[in-house]
Design a binder for this molecule. Structure first.
Ligand code: GTP
Ligand code: MG
Length: 377
């Protein structure tokens, strides 16, 4: 997959439930795992805590995000020394439920950073086999595009370059396509600033560079120290050539170390690629988001499972909430007397029965344990 578009409309996923425990000492069948595919570079966050659960940065990487319940136990598990062949088996345990946020953060080596219309997509098309949409209006590129650049004279040497939507002033606060795309450059190792050398949008290349730097700095200060290469683009245009000559004469100019190029006329592209490949050789490997330790990912359903709360909802209706008792209740087959007796024993053991009786529950009242409803006998 290249994008997360598949999850734009379909958002609820549920694995098959596990089966009920069976007679003849058989465990219930486990439900089949539900596996969802995501593009490489997807970061999975817990929507509630914002914590990173997994960073799927390598092809084939997998993460367990919600644990299934264990299957119901077969009848042998409930035999005791005095009672050898109980009739009941257990229902399967409900699985974990979780709301996730999926974020695609591209894993390109180089990202093209520039104002809309600066010629980023044209450069991508000129440098790689990619065929991005190119048009003379801003925000032509709405989804990031990747291409593989072959380094000239080095058959084995290639790198991945990402074309992302144009950046404008205020992007870090969400202006334009804003921070949606700023995310994508977080992990690229080299930034290629694409400046419109012609100044035809009414801004000078120097001003462009200042705004771009300011936006990156405001979004993530560490981006300002990222390795970068400047491309003074559209050098095929007379206006760009004039601007370039002027800059060259001022050696202290901010963009004096830029490379004059033209994506459209294919000028200066080999030097640009060689410069990028050199920068990549020196740049540190991309950072990864550290997912929490395995034990955190595979955490049990609840930590303190024995705590519970008893409430009188109306005159005749009582409610008990608590992770452990609710789980036992949903796993109980209420049509099976022995299973119900086991539930009662658990309630006695946990002190729930005593608490309900002290509070005034009477036969005929309704008791709700989580989603399970029973009549008090
Ligand atoms: N003369 C000239 N025109 C160029 C050059 N590169 C791009 N253009 C033109 O500039 C316009 C914008 O080019 P794009 O490549 O779509 O620009 P972009 O930076 O990808 O723009 P967004 O996707 O909107 O951010 C198009 O009309 C291109 O034909 C160049 O080197 N020389
Ligand atoms: Mg574009």
């Amino acid at each position: 997959m290249n994008t997360l578009l598949a999850y734009r409309y379909k958002r609820h996923f549920k694995a098959q439930p596990g089966g009920q425990g069976l007679k003849q000492k058989q465990h219930g069948k486990s439900g089949n795992d539900l596996e969802l595919q995501v593009p490489v570079g997807t970061v999975v966050l817990d929507d509630v805590t914002g914590q990173v659960i997994a960073d799927l940065a390598e092809p084939g990487e997998r993460a367990l995000v919600a644990r299934g319940g264990r299957g119901g136990l077969g009848n042998v598990h409930f035999s005791t020394s005095t009672y050898q062949t109980p009739r009941f088996a257990e229902k399967g345990e409900p699985g974990e439920e979780r709301v996730l946020q999926l974020e695609l953060r591209l894993l390109a080596d180089v990202a093209l950073v520039g104002f809309p219309n600066a010629g980023k997509s044209t450069l991508l098309a000129a440098l790689t086999a990619a065929t991005p949409k190119i048009a003379p209006y801003p925000f032509t590129t709405l989804e990031p595009q990747l291409g593989v650049v072959q380094v000239p004279g080095a058959a084995e040497d290639s790198f991945v370059i990402a074309d992302i939507p144009g950046l404008v002033e205020g992007a870090h606060q969400g202006v334009g396509l804003g921070d949606q795309f700023l995310k994508h450059i977080e992990r690229t190792r080299v930034l290629l600033f694409v400046l419109d050398g012609s100044g035809q949008e009414g801004r000078s290349p120097t001003e462009d560079l200042e705004v771009l730097e300011k936006e990156l700095q405001a979004y993530r200060p560490e981006l300002s120290t990222r390795a970068r290469v400047l491309a003074f683009n559209k050098i095929d245009m007379p206006e760009a050539r004039e601007n370039w000559e002027e800059l060259e004469s001022q050696l202290s100019a901010r963009v004096a170390d830029a490379l004059p190029v033209s994506g459209a006329a294919r000028i200066g592209l080999d030097s640009l690629v060689l410069r990028l490949s050199e920068e990549l050789k020196n740049a540190p490997p991309p950072g990864r988001f550290a997912p929490p330790a395995e034990t955190d990912v595979l955490r049990p359903l609840e930590v303190d499972t024995t705590r519970y709360q008893v409430r009188r909802k109306t005159g005749r209706t009582w409610v008990v909430n608590g992770p452990s008792i609710e789980r036992i209740a949903v796993m109980t087959d209420l049509s099976n007397d022995e299973a119900v007796r086991r539930l009662e024993r658990e309630m006695d053991r946990m002190g729930i029965t005593q608490e309900l009786e002290k509070a005034g529950i009477e036969p005929g009242h309704t008791l709700r344990i989580g989603t399970v409803e029973i009549e008090w006998g």
